[in-house]
Design a protein around this ligand. Structure first.
Ligand SMILES: Cc1cc2nc3c(=O)[nH]c(=O)nc-3n(C[C@H](O)[C@H](O)[C@H](O)COP(=O)(O)OP(=O)(O)OC[C@H]3O[C@@H](n4cnc5c(N)ncnc54)[C@H](O)[C@@H]3O)c2cc1C
Length: 475
């Protein structure tokens, strides 16, 4: 038996269910393949920085596979619809008997996979699919009535129970051993893909490779896990794992993160260190949003979870949108956050909530526009987590922030960036502002204020907050 291993968002050797099974089952070698699909990536708003990260990881994956005598072939089709025929051709050329891949849950991805299944079955080749992005396959955890969970806490409780019923489920799988013979030769991995020209370099902040991802996990668990609950909300403190790009591209598995965190917490999942419990629960949020994508496919189509909120008439104000994108709203914490995004390709979670809430409640702009801007700039852009985060902030989503509970960005700034250190880092115009004025320079009197090259706030947060509440009340 010879296997064709199809890599997608699982760019690693370790704890990779499809790869593990492909290697275990085949006695006639394994061929690996990856599909470059630029127009599809554009349609999905993949950021250049994310595509760059993907290609860097792909190159390292190819080298690591070659050491195991597995050749990585690269196929290219503008969109997903060309992929099944190309996979068929590769399988035919290399005489593969079966294809192995890990499940993806977005609507286009699932449609593509069904076509691949059809083509392979038509040819009499077996198809083997695996759960990788979640501990439990979406649909496995159900409410008492048999539906998908739409509220996070009961989902989490059900996750805990299912894990306790079978803790071995999270045991990481071993890295495949070296094959005796390589089938075919590896293709060279493109260093760039047209349409995704890098505006910023992310190599220093986000080095590629499994080794780096595992080191980050190890360092986080050793140094920051215990204080995670206290530190995680402060953007100027390195209190989180910074693993999201690696999880999204599958350079490390979610299962490994769960497993190692539980191990660090003496085998406990919902008790023990509050930092560990909290971090594990963030990983479960990630999984919750994946399950929702399958339970509610309209989410992949950018529909609101709460359909009645589609009646809201959002502002269509391009000036507001541009000011937000460019980090010149006159609200320092928002501007610092947006500049962190455009300058580094990543944004701290607390800031994602602040800017998304400001966008949807104070600027009253359509969350889909903000969601798309995030996707186009994030190195960790991920439909399920991004859509979940935006719909949470906009109060249009499942288990979302209640519409009347609107963050005041100035209070958030004082609470989570008390000294203004983060603001000063990303908004150099405010570097010399002293004391509490850093949070709201519009309060600085007279000449001093006019000497700052910094705009006044584009909206009054109190007035706009009230207007948003009134708009939601009409639903
Ligand atoms: C508006 C908005 C948009 C977001 N867009 C994305 C996105 O495109 N991609 C993405 O991976 N995350 C997204 N998040 C979730 C979260 O902000 C990031 O996962 C987190 O900031 C990544 O940093 P970290 O790896 O240091 O996280 P840690 O705090 O170390 O958490 C560990 C992991 O848990 C997961 N996680 C943590 N918080 C969340 C959450 N709220 N929802 C889902 N998963 C979570 C992530 O995979 C993260 O890497 C978004 C949140 C909001 C509010």
């Amino acid at each position: 038996m010879r296997a064709l291993m199809w890599f997608r968002s699982d760019l690693r050797l370790a704890d990779n269910p499809a790869l593990h099974n492909a290697c275990r089952d085949s006695d006639q070698g394994v061929v690996a393949v990856y599909a470059v699909t630029p127009d599809q990536w554009t349609a999905h708003d993949d950021a250049p920085v994310k595509v760059g990260f993907r290609l860097r990881n792909l190159a390292m994956l190819s080298a690591a596979l070659a050491e195991k005598n597995i050749a990585l072939k690269i196929i290219e089709s503008p969109r997903f619809d060309g992929v099944p025929a190309l996979l068929r051709a590769i399988a035919h050329e290399h005489e593969c008997d079966a294809i192995y891949f890990n499940n993806e849950y977005e609507v286009n991805e699932r449609e593509r996979d069904e076509l691949v299944v059809d083509v392979f079955e038509e040819d009499g080749r077996a198809v083997h699919r695996f759960t990788d992005q979640c501990a439990f396959e979406p649909g496995e955890l159900r409410t008492g009535k048999g539906g998908y969970y739409t509220v996070y806490s009961p989902f989490k409780r059900s996750w805990y129970q299912a894990y306790k019923d079978d803790t071995s489920r999270l045991n990481p799988l071993p890295t495949p051993r070296k094959r005796t013979e390589m089938i075919g030769t590896p293709d060279s991995v493109p260093e760039a893909v047209s349409g995704f020209e890098l505006a910023i370099s992310a190599e220093d902040h986000w080095p590629a490779g499994e080794k780096e991802a595992n080191k980050r996990l190890k360092d986080f668990l050793a140094d920051r896990l215990l204080d995670y609950k206290e530190d995680r909300d402060f953007p100027d403190v390195s209190g989180t794992s910074a693993l999201s790009p690696y999880l999204v591209s599958g350079v490390i598995s979610l299962r490994t993160c769960y497993h190692k965190a539980i191990e660090a917490n003496n085998g406990k999942v919902d008790s023990g260190s509050s930092g560990a419990v909290h971090w594990i629960s963030e990983l479960i949020w990630r999984e919750f949003y994946k399950h929702l994508l399958v339970g509610f496919p309209r989410l992949s189509r950018h529909r609101a979870f709460k359909l009645e909120t589609e009646q809201l008439v959002w502002n269509n104000n391009d000036d507001y949108h541009e000011a937000w994108c460019e980090g010149r709203t006159g609200v320092p914490i928002v501007d610092a956050a947006m500049r962190q995004l455009t300058e580094t390709g990543w944004m701290h979670n607390r800031l994602r909530m602040i800017v998304a809430m400001f966008y949807t409640k104070n600027l009253f702009l359509d969350w889909r526009r903000g969601e798309r801007f995030f996707m186009r700039h994030l190195i960790d852009g991920d439909l399920s987590a991004n859509n979940g985060g935006w719909q949470w902030s906009a109060s249009t989503g499942t288990d979302a922030a209640p519409y009347f509970r609107i963050f005041n960005p100035y209070s958030q700034s004082k609470k989570f960036d008390p000294e203004g250190a983060f603001i000063r880092r990303f908004v150099p115009e405010l570097r010399d502002v002293e004391g509490g004025s850093i949070h709201d320079p519009s309060q600085i009197p007279g000449l001093l204020r006019s000497s700052l090259d910094y705009p006044d706030p584009i909206v009054d947060v109190k007035v706009t907050r009230q207007a948003a509440i009134e708009a939601f009340k009409t639903l």
